[in-house]
Design a protein around this ligand. Structure first.
Ligand SMILES: Cc1ncc(C[n+]2csc(CCOP(=O)(O)OP(=O)(O)O)c2C)c(N)n1
Ligand SMILES: [Mg+2]
Length: 336
């Protein structure tokens, strides 16, 4: 993974750094707690943790405006927290309880929020890419100035439907940002084992779509790239591709024994590139916060996460007659 290049100190403020620190830490502590609840048998089925990738969503959300949309894969807890969804509702959904965003019927991979313009949560690899372009098509049609962020992985980026979507998105100048979260692996397959030309962002060139690679362990670099991409889309210039270089610290899902990489590889990135530690260093060396103040923030966030876990444990399982609801829409969708 590339070393950190972007000079950051000049383009930020104490408030912004503290916000990034809090938001990234919330995702990390939430995911650690989800891992524990899974281990205790309180979460079943699939559970894909986002630990290591926090700077991607936190940086990009900082470039959004009210009304912008987001859609992603099954590795979705961080996206929901970063766009302001309630940790209680997310945790309760993970544990399959009535208080969850999908009333306990969707689980980790299937949550939505109309209020926050979060369109899931998709278990089929790459499925969200054409759907996301569809959301952007609706925005263009309604001339509402909104931008859609479509997140997908390096594995998904090799799919045919991604190329088809690029073609149509550029043909129709759709206001969509394709965010490739390149965490170096698709399940147990390293990018170099599955990909002939590993610069995913360059593939837009075949369709005339601009793009760039971004250091995904540097939240300030991610935000800056997000702002550039958003400006491009809002100016009516069509789609943009951001390939964000990141890394997942945990297995693909909770059932992954992770035999395809060494512990040393993971440890080295954790020690040298961790995005939260980076912001922590900027806060401390810039004298924006003391060790004690940062400890206090960590304590507050653990409190929020513990409350979410308690809420999830106390919320009842959905009633049996809920099996027959939420299958078909009652009415045809109106303007989003
Ligand atoms: C169409 C389809 N094929 C295969 C799978 C099984 N599968 C689930 S995740 C995954 C790897 C995807 O990797 P990537 O796109 O890099 O995303 P990441 O998990 O790294 O976030 C595969 C093959 C699936 N869910 N859907
Ligand atoms: Mg991947």
């Amino acid at each position: 993974m590339a070393t950190r290049k972007t000079p950051q100190k000049s383009n930020t403020s104490k408030e912004e750094l503290l916000t990034f620190y809090r938001e990234m830490l919330l995702i990390r502590r939430f995911e650690e707690k989800a891992g524990q609840l899974y281990g205790m048998g309180l979460i079943g089925g699939f559970c894909h943790l986002y630990i290591g990738q926090e700077a991607v969503v936190v940086g990009l959300e900082a470039a959004t405006e009210e009304g912008d949309k987001r859609i992603t894969s099954y590795r979705d807890h961080g996206h929901m927290l970063a766009c302001g969804m309630d940790p209680k509702g997310v945790m309760a959904e993970l544990t399959g309880r009535e208080g969850g965003y999908s009333k306990g019927k969707g689980g980790s991979m299937h949550m939505f929020s109309k209020e926050k313009h979060f369109y899931g949560g998709h278990g089929i690899v790459g499925a969200q890419v054409p759907i996301g372009a569809g959301l952007a098509f609706a925005d263009k049609y309604q001339e509402n100035g909104r931008v859609t962020f479509v997140y997908f992985g390096d594995g998904a980026a090799n799919q045919g439907q991604v190329a088809e979507t690029y073609n149509m998105a550029e043909l129709w100048d759709l206001p969509v940002i394709f965010v490739i979260e390149n965490n170096q692996y698709a399940m147990g397959t390293a990018v170099k084992r599955a990909t002939k030309s590993p610069d995913f962002w360059e593939r837009g060139a075949a369709f005339g779509i601009k793009g760039e690679a971004v250091d995904g362990m540097d939240v300030l670099a991610v935000k800056a790239a997000g702002e550039k991409a958003v400006a491009h889309c809002r100016a009516g210039k069509g789609p943009y591709i951001l390939e964000i270089m990141t890394y997942r610290y945990r297995g693909h899902s909770m059932s992954d024994p992770a035999k395809y990489r060494s512990r040393e590889e993971v440890q080295k990135i954790r020690e040298e590139r961790d995005a939260i530690e980076h912001v922590r260093d900027l806060l401390l060396t810039g004298k924006h916060a003391t060790e004690d103040e940062l400890k206090e923030i960590d304590k507050q966030i653990k409190g929020v996460v513990n409350e979410a876990a308690e809420f999830a444990k106390e919320s009842p399982e959905p009633a049996l007659d809920e099996l027959w609801t939420d299958i078909y829409a009652d009415t045809a969708p109106q303007n989003a």
